[in-house]
Design a protein around this ligand. Structure first.
Ligand code: OGA
Ligand code: ZN
Length: 372
């Protein structure tokens, strides 16, 4: 990096980088982020902010090699790497190697458009692991194939990313039809498109469903991009989108051992208004409790969303084969299945979750490359 021009102005350092003039760093920020403020091993901040003056006085700034040498009136001298100043320009969030722009899709993506990776390659190669994770984050959905016929094989792929999220259904779960189910997934009936566990304070991030057997008649998997549906709703019916984004509804799972509830909106947006999450699961939505005067409009909005989830323009339907595993962002992709007939053959999916935080952390570590 060519040495930038430095100025001191109003007790702030002003740096003119090659691409932009006048990036301003207030003195208090410079002191707070002085490398000496961090523990040398953990890189965590050990400096007590209150030990500084509210406006430490900056006396001098000059370039020394690849750093800026700053002298303060209290005698402190900082050596701030230019790269650090460049990476943390005030008003511009630092780049994140795990930030992946979602590519929204409809049914015209086609089943053949779902990213597909071989289990062996993902297990053996970090480059392949990273490529698979990036595609999964981009589309919110991928398929791993070539898995061994063992419940551990799919979970081992999930654990290449990170530790598994434990829920009231355990750390791993069996999607099979059982006699006394505590969950509709453990029956043979159809599951309309949904996200799992919206009744949790933080619903699970990525979901893994490894197909061990799918010999029954029926049981096709269904997927749709919830972000696409939400964006289409935003433009087709802004009032419905607004209600679904702002009115909390109760979600509840309860059985003999648990009663897990939250009240949250169906569509979750970030501060910039981008859709970051859907909580949509008609079978564990609780009893709506908004004021009566809002209810008819809310039901209209909820039905508008529901109608889009039934629209073939959004839905990919396919029969998962033994040895395949679907991997999807449970807070983005909507998933479901057709009903199946257990009398015609055995169906068994083995599942687990890895949260978004662990997924993104792993991506950042992989982006560092083999040298670390
Ligand atoms: C589930 C689920 C899909 C399937 O277990 O939550 O959605 O194909 N299962 O059985
Ligand atoms: Zn589900």
């Amino acid at each position: 990096m060519a040495a930038p021009r430095l100025d001191l102005r109003d007790n702030a350092l002003v740096v003119s980088f090659a691409d932009t003039d006048g990036v301003t760093y207030p003195a208090i920020w410079l002191r707070d982020n002085c490398p000496s403020a961090l523990h040398p091993d953990t890189h965590e901040r050990v400096l007590d902010l209150l030990s500084l003056a509210e406006a430490p006085r900056l006396d001098e700034a000059r370039i020394e090699g690849d750093a800026v040498l700053l002298s303060y009136a209290d005698g402190h001298v900082s050596r701030m790497p230019l790269a650090l100043l460049d990476a943390h320009r005030p008003g511009r969030p630092a780049t994140d190697p795990a930030a992946i722009v979602p590519e929204l899709w409809r049914a015209d993506l086609g089943v053949s458009g779902i990213p597909r990776f071989a289990a062996e390659a993902v297990m053996d190669s970090d480059a392949e692991l990273e490529a698979w994770m990036r595609e999964t984050a981009r589309f919110g959905l991928s398929i791993i194939d070539g898995l061994a016929d063992s419940a551990d094989a799919g979970m081992a792929v999930a654990q290449r990313i990170g530790f598994l999220r434990r829920t009231n259904f355990g750390q791993e779960f069996e999607v099979i039809s059982v006699p006394k189910p505590n969950n509709l997934a453990y029956t043979a009936i159809a599951l309309p498109l949904h996200t799992d566990l919206p009744n949790q304070e933080v619903p699970p991030g990525f979901q893994f469903l490894h197909c061990l057997a799918n010999a029954a008649k029926g049981g096709e998997s269904i997927f749709a991009d919830g972000f696409m549906i939400a964006e289409d709703l935003r433009s087709l019916d802004p009032a419905a989108f607004e209600l679904l984004s702002t009115v909390p509804i109760p979600f509840r799972f309860h059985d003999e051992d648990y009663d897990i509830r939250v009240r949250e909106p169906v569509i979750i947006r970030d501060r910039a208004g981008a859709v970051t999450e859907l909580r949509y699961n008609a079978h564990i939505a609780g009893v709506f409790d908004m004021p009566a005067e809002v209810m008819p409009e809310y039901y209209r909005a909820y039905r508008a969303l529901m109608t889009l989830t039934r629209d073939a323009r959004y839905r990919l339907t396919f029969m998962l084969q033994p040895g395949e595993m679907v991997v999807f962002d449970n807070r983005r992709a909507l998933h479901g299945r057709e009903a199946f007939d257990p009398a015609t053959g055995y169906r068994h999916l083995h599942g687990c979750y890895v949260d978004r935080g662990e997924f993104l952390s792993r991506l950042r570590i992989l982006a560092r490359g083999p040298a670390g």
